[in-house]
Design a protein around this ligand. Sequence first.
Ligand SMILES: Nc1ncnc2c1ncn2[C@@H]1O[C@H](COP(=O)(O)OP(=O)(O)OP(=O)(O)O)[C@@H](O)[C@H]1O
Length: 262
Amino acid sequence: MSSAAAVTIEGVSKSYEVRTGEDVLALDRVDLDIKPGSFVAIVGPSGCGKSTLLSLLAGLTPVSSGRLGIDGDIVVRPHPKAGVVFQSDLLLYWRSILDNILLPIEIKGLDRKAYADRARDLLAQVGLKGFADKFPSELSGGMRQRVAICRALIQEPGLLLMDEPFGALDALTREQMIMDLQTMWIRLRNTVLFITHGIDEAVFLADRVIVMSPRPGRVDLDLAIDIPRPRRWSGIHEDPAFQHYVRQVREMFEAKGVLVAH
Ligand SMILES: Nc1ncnc2c1ncn2[C@@H]1O[C@H](COP(=O)(O)OP(=O)(O)OP(=O)(O)O)[C@@H](O)[C@H]1O
Protein backbone atom coordinates (compact mmCIF):
# COMPACT_ATOMS: atom_id res chain seq x y z
CA MET A 1 0.00 0.00 0.00
CA SER A 2 1.07 3.60 -0.36
CA SER A 3 2.94 4.64 2.76
CA ALA A 4 1.24 6.51 5.59
CA ALA A 5 1.19 10.26 4.97
CA ALA A 6 2.30 13.12 7.22
CA VAL A 7 -0.03 16.09 7.63
CA THR A 8 0.96 19.62 8.55
CA ILE A 9 -1.52 22.34 9.35
CA GLU A 10 0.15 25.71 9.87
CA GLY A 11 -1.78 28.79 10.97
CA VAL A 12 -4.85 27.77 8.97
CA SER A 13 -7.84 30.09 9.02
CA LYS A 14 -10.97 29.85 6.97
CA SER A 15 -13.77 32.33 6.60
CA TYR A 16 -16.87 32.05 4.45
CA GLU A 17 -18.64 34.97 2.91
CA VAL A 18 -22.34 34.57 3.67
CA ARG A 19 -25.32 36.03 1.77
CA THR A 20 -25.48 39.17 3.90
CA GLY A 21 -21.95 39.96 2.69
CA GLU A 22 -20.43 39.35 6.14
CA ASP A 23 -17.56 36.97 6.72
CA VAL A 24 -18.08 33.99 9.05
CA LEU A 25 -14.80 32.90 10.59
CA ALA A 26 -15.00 29.09 10.80
CA LEU A 27 -11.38 28.29 11.72
CA ASP A 28 -8.91 30.57 13.42
CA ARG A 29 -5.18 29.90 13.08
CA VAL A 30 -5.17 26.17 13.58
CA ASP A 31 -1.78 24.47 13.94
CA LEU A 32 -1.41 20.69 13.96
CA ASP A 33 1.29 18.25 12.96
CA ILE A 34 0.12 14.69 12.38
CA LYS A 35 2.68 11.92 12.27
CA PRO A 36 2.47 9.27 9.55
CA GLY A 37 0.54 6.22 10.71
CA SER A 38 -1.25 7.89 13.59
CA PHE A 39 -4.97 7.84 14.25
CA VAL A 40 -6.16 11.31 15.20
CA ALA A 41 -9.73 12.09 16.24
CA ILE A 42 -11.14 15.60 16.24
CA VAL A 43 -14.07 16.40 18.52
CA GLY A 44 -15.79 19.71 18.95
CA PRO A 45 -19.19 21.32 19.25
CA SER A 46 -21.49 21.64 16.26
CA GLY A 47 -20.40 24.41 13.91
CA CYS A 48 -16.83 24.69 15.25
CA GLY A 49 -15.31 24.03 11.84
CA LYS A 50 -14.51 20.29 11.95
CA SER A 51 -15.98 19.55 8.52
CA THR A 52 -14.36 22.70 7.20
CA LEU A 53 -10.94 21.46 8.32
CA LEU A 54 -11.53 18.12 6.63
CA SER A 55 -12.75 19.74 3.45
CA LEU A 56 -9.63 21.95 3.36
CA LEU A 57 -7.41 18.89 3.79
CA ALA A 58 -9.35 17.01 1.14
CA GLY A 59 -8.53 19.86 -1.23
CA LEU A 60 -12.23 20.57 -1.80
CA THR A 61 -12.17 24.12 -0.33
CA PRO A 62 -9.32 26.68 -0.36
CA VAL A 63 -7.85 28.05 2.89
CA SER A 64 -8.25 31.78 3.63
CA SER A 65 -4.77 31.91 5.16
CA GLY A 66 -2.09 29.53 6.39
CA ARG A 67 -0.81 26.34 4.83
CA LEU A 68 -1.82 22.71 4.67
CA GLY A 69 0.61 20.01 3.65
CA ILE A 70 0.33 16.30 2.89
CA ASP A 71 3.75 14.67 2.77
CA GLY A 72 5.23 18.11 2.15
CA ASP A 73 2.93 18.95 -0.78
CA ILE A 74 0.89 22.10 -0.28
CA VAL A 75 -2.78 21.14 -0.61
CA VAL A 76 -4.48 23.07 -3.40
CA ARG A 77 -6.55 20.24 -4.91
CA PRO A 78 -7.45 16.67 -3.87
CA HIS A 79 -4.20 14.91 -3.03
CA PRO A 80 -3.61 11.50 -4.63
CA LYS A 81 -2.69 10.04 -1.23
CA ALA A 82 -5.95 11.10 0.46
CA GLY A 83 -9.22 9.13 0.58
CA VAL A 84 -12.38 10.64 2.04
CA VAL A 85 -15.41 9.12 3.78
CA PHE A 86 -18.38 11.39 4.55
CA GLN A 87 -21.31 10.95 6.93
CA SER A 88 -23.58 10.08 4.04
CA ASP A 89 -22.28 7.25 1.87
CA LEU A 90 -22.84 9.11 -1.43
CA LEU A 91 -23.08 5.87 -3.38
CA LEU A 92 -24.46 6.10 -6.92
CA TYR A 93 -27.71 4.13 -6.87
CA TRP A 94 -27.52 3.09 -10.53
CA ARG A 95 -24.11 1.46 -10.17
CA SER A 96 -23.47 -1.93 -8.61
CA ILE A 97 -21.48 -2.14 -5.36
CA LEU A 98 -18.36 -3.19 -7.30
CA ASP A 99 -18.80 -0.33 -9.77
CA ASN A 100 -19.21 2.14 -6.91
CA ILE A 101 -15.97 0.99 -5.33
CA LEU A 102 -14.17 1.22 -8.67
CA LEU A 103 -15.48 4.74 -9.41
CA PRO A 104 -12.29 6.55 -8.28
CA ILE A 105 -10.27 4.17 -10.48
CA GLU A 106 -12.41 5.01 -13.50
CA ILE A 107 -12.23 8.73 -12.79
CA LYS A 108 -8.45 8.50 -12.78
CA GLY A 109 -8.49 6.55 -16.05
CA LEU A 110 -6.79 3.52 -14.42
CA ASP A 111 -7.41 -0.06 -15.45
CA ARG A 112 -10.60 -1.31 -13.74
CA LYS A 113 -9.63 -4.95 -14.17
CA ALA A 114 -6.39 -4.43 -12.25
CA TYR A 115 -8.40 -3.24 -9.23
CA ALA A 116 -11.46 -5.51 -9.35
CA ASP A 117 -9.89 -8.29 -7.26
CA ARG A 118 -8.75 -5.79 -4.69
CA ALA A 119 -12.29 -4.36 -4.52
CA ARG A 120 -13.66 -7.85 -3.85
CA ASP A 121 -11.00 -8.43 -1.17
CA LEU A 122 -11.96 -5.18 0.52
CA LEU A 123 -15.62 -6.19 0.47
CA ALA A 124 -14.71 -9.51 2.10
CA GLN A 125 -12.67 -7.70 4.75
CA VAL A 126 -15.66 -5.56 5.74
CA GLY A 127 -17.99 -8.59 5.85
CA LEU A 128 -19.64 -8.02 2.47
CA LYS A 129 -18.30 -10.97 0.52
CA GLY A 130 -20.72 -11.79 -2.29
CA PHE A 131 -22.27 -8.30 -2.44
CA ALA A 132 -20.25 -7.04 -5.43
CA ASP A 133 -23.12 -7.31 -7.91
CA LYS A 134 -25.84 -5.94 -5.64
CA PHE A 135 -27.06 -2.33 -5.79
CA PRO A 136 -27.00 0.26 -2.97
CA SER A 137 -30.79 0.02 -2.49
CA GLU A 138 -30.37 -3.65 -1.52
CA LEU A 139 -28.04 -2.80 1.41
CA SER A 140 -28.65 -1.39 4.89
CA GLY A 141 -27.19 1.97 5.98
CA GLY A 142 -24.28 0.28 7.78
CA MET A 143 -23.51 -1.92 4.78
CA ARG A 144 -23.54 1.09 2.45
CA GLN A 145 -21.17 2.96 4.73
CA ARG A 146 -18.83 -0.05 4.61
CA VAL A 147 -18.92 0.18 0.83
CA ALA A 148 -18.07 3.89 1.06
CA ILE A 149 -15.05 2.94 3.19
CA CYS A 150 -14.00 0.34 0.57
CA ARG A 151 -14.30 3.02 -2.12
CA ALA A 152 -12.00 5.30 -0.11
CA LEU A 153 -9.54 2.42 0.45
CA ILE A 154 -9.40 1.15 -3.13
CA GLN A 155 -6.44 3.38 -3.91
CA GLU A 156 -4.71 2.46 -0.66
CA PRO A 157 -4.69 6.02 0.67
CA GLY A 158 -1.81 6.99 2.91
CA LEU A 159 -4.26 9.41 4.52
CA LEU A 160 -7.88 8.55 5.29
CA LEU A 161 -10.11 11.53 6.07
CA MET A 162 -13.35 10.55 7.79
CA ASP A 163 -16.10 13.07 8.52
CA GLU A 164 -18.49 11.60 11.10
CA PRO A 165 -18.64 8.37 9.13
CA PHE A 166 -20.86 6.61 11.69
CA GLY A 167 -23.03 9.59 12.64
CA ALA A 168 -26.06 8.39 10.69
CA LEU A 169 -25.96 4.78 11.89
CA ASP A 170 -28.00 3.09 14.62
CA ALA A 171 -26.19 2.42 17.92
CA LEU A 172 -25.46 -1.27 17.36
CA THR A 173 -24.19 -0.82 13.81
CA ARG A 174 -22.07 2.10 14.97
CA GLU A 175 -20.48 -0.06 17.68
CA GLN A 176 -19.65 -2.77 15.17
CA MET A 177 -18.22 -0.23 12.70
CA ILE A 178 -16.03 1.32 15.41
CA MET A 179 -14.50 -2.07 16.20
CA ASP A 180 -14.13 -2.95 12.53
CA LEU A 181 -12.42 0.35 11.82
CA GLN A 182 -9.89 -0.35 14.56
CA THR A 183 -9.19 -3.82 13.12
CA MET A 184 -8.78 -2.38 9.63
CA TRP A 185 -6.48 0.37 10.82
CA ILE A 186 -4.28 -2.02 12.85
CA ARG A 187 -3.76 -3.88 9.58
CA LEU A 188 -3.22 -0.84 7.35
CA ARG A 189 -1.49 1.60 9.71
CA ASN A 190 -2.22 4.51 7.44
CA THR A 191 -2.79 8.00 8.81
CA VAL A 192 -6.41 8.59 9.81
CA LEU A 193 -8.10 11.88 10.62
CA PHE A 194 -11.47 11.04 12.13
CA ILE A 195 -14.08 13.67 12.89
CA THR A 196 -16.80 12.86 15.38
CA HIS A 197 -19.25 14.22 17.93
CA GLY A 198 -18.76 11.11 20.04
CA ILE A 199 -16.23 11.51 22.84
CA ASP A 200 -16.31 7.76 23.49
CA GLU A 201 -15.58 6.74 19.91
CA ALA A 202 -12.81 9.36 19.66
CA VAL A 203 -11.04 8.09 22.80
CA PHE A 204 -11.61 4.45 21.84
CA LEU A 205 -10.20 4.76 18.33
CA ALA A 206 -7.51 7.42 18.49
CA ASP A 207 -3.86 7.76 19.48
CA ARG A 208 -4.56 11.42 19.88
CA VAL A 209 -7.76 13.37 20.47
CA ILE A 210 -7.92 17.01 19.41
CA VAL A 211 -10.63 19.02 21.13
CA MET A 212 -11.76 22.12 19.27
CA SER A 213 -13.27 25.27 20.71
CA PRO A 214 -16.69 26.60 19.72
CA ARG A 215 -16.55 28.62 16.47
CA PRO A 216 -14.17 29.98 15.38
CA GLY A 217 -12.50 26.62 15.76
CA ARG A 218 -9.12 26.50 17.49
CA VAL A 219 -7.28 23.67 19.17
CA ASP A 220 -8.27 23.71 22.86
CA LEU A 221 -6.77 20.39 23.92
CA ASP A 222 -4.37 17.93 22.34
CA LEU A 223 -4.62 14.68 24.27
CA ALA A 224 -2.40 11.61 23.72
CA ILE A 225 -4.38 8.40 24.34
CA ASP A 226 -2.21 5.71 25.82
CA ILE A 227 -4.40 2.59 25.89
CA PRO A 228 -2.96 -0.65 24.46
CA ARG A 229 -4.43 -2.11 21.27
CA PRO A 230 -6.43 -3.92 20.25
CA ARG A 231 -8.96 -2.15 22.44
CA ARG A 232 -12.20 -3.90 23.20
CA TRP A 233 -15.40 -1.86 23.10
CA SER A 234 -17.14 -4.19 25.49
CA GLY A 235 -15.99 -3.12 28.94
CA ILE A 236 -14.04 -0.07 27.74
CA HIS A 237 -16.39 2.26 29.61
CA GLU A 238 -15.25 0.66 32.89
CA ASP A 239 -11.54 1.02 32.04
CA PRO A 240 -10.03 3.67 34.39
CA ALA A 241 -7.66 5.00 31.69
CA PHE A 242 -10.55 5.38 29.24
CA GLN A 243 -12.67 7.12 31.90
CA HIS A 244 -9.78 9.47 32.68
CA TYR A 245 -9.42 10.58 29.04
CA VAL A 246 -13.17 10.98 28.54
CA ARG A 247 -13.31 13.09 31.70
CA GLN A 248 -10.53 15.36 30.41
CA VAL A 249 -12.42 16.00 27.18
CA ARG A 250 -15.70 16.59 29.00
CA GLU A 251 -14.03 18.99 31.45
CA MET A 252 -12.70 21.02 28.53
CA PHE A 253 -16.21 21.18 27.04
CA GLU A 254 -17.59 22.24 30.42
CA ALA A 255 -14.92 24.93 30.79
CA LYS A 256 -15.93 26.30 27.39
CA GLY A 257 -19.65 26.18 28.17
CA VAL A 258 -20.27 23.52 25.50
CA LEU A 259 -21.47 21.08 28.16
CA VAL A 260 -23.17 22.17 31.36
CA ALA A 261 -22.27 20.04 34.39
CA HIS A 262 -25.18 18.93 36.59
N1 LIG B 1 -20.14 26.80 2.51
C1 LIG B 1 -20.34 27.56 3.59
N2 LIG B 1 -20.79 28.84 3.47
C2 LIG B 1 -20.98 29.61 4.55
N3 LIG B 1 -20.75 29.21 5.82
C3 LIG B 1 -20.33 27.94 6.00
C4 LIG B 1 -20.10 27.05 4.90
N4 LIG B 1 -19.68 25.86 5.40
C5 LIG B 1 -19.65 26.01 6.74
N5 LIG B 1 -20.03 27.25 7.10
C6 LIG B 1 -20.10 27.80 8.46
O1 LIG B 1 -18.83 27.57 9.06
C7 LIG B 1 -18.97 27.15 10.41
C8 LIG B 1 -18.29 25.79 10.58
O2 LIG B 1 -19.04 24.80 9.86
P1 LIG B 1 -18.59 23.26 9.83
O3 LIG B 1 -19.60 22.54 9.00
O4 LIG B 1 -17.18 23.18 9.41
O5 LIG B 1 -18.73 22.86 11.37
P2 LIG B 1 -18.74 21.42 12.07
O6 LIG B 1 -17.90 21.55 13.28
O7 LIG B 1 -18.37 20.37 11.09
O8 LIG B 1 -20.28 21.29 12.45
P3 LIG B 1 -21.15 19.95 12.68
O9 LIG B 1 -20.50 19.23 13.82
O10 LIG B 1 -22.50 20.49 13.06
O11 LIG B 1 -21.14 19.17 11.41
C9 LIG B 1 -20.47 27.14 10.70
O12 LIG B 1 -20.81 28.37 11.30
C10 LIG B 1 -21.10 27.03 9.34
O13 LIG B 1 -22.36 27.66 9.32
